[in-house]
Design a binder for this molecule. Sequence first.
Ligand SMILES: [Zn+2]
Length: 84
Amino acid sequence: MTSPTVEGIKRDIERKKKLISKHKQELDNMVLGLQSLCTHENKYTTEQYHDGGYFDQAYTVYKTKCPDCGLDLGQKIEPHSYYG
Ligand SMILES: [Zn+2]
């Protein structure tokens, strides 16, 4: 058995990086395929309230997301008519 060398390890790292990038591309394509077929029937909306301050109105951000395909289906910001 030969002991590892710096050159050998560098070569293995480059090989592995290429493999990961190829798999990442395949994964991205699979996700895009899923997102184009998904009807987002389980989509849900989260709301996050932000306090206002002396100069800022309070507002709530509503974000809609599909848990099946991971797609962000948009967000809505609702300002409130009060400060602080
Ligand atoms: Zn979906």
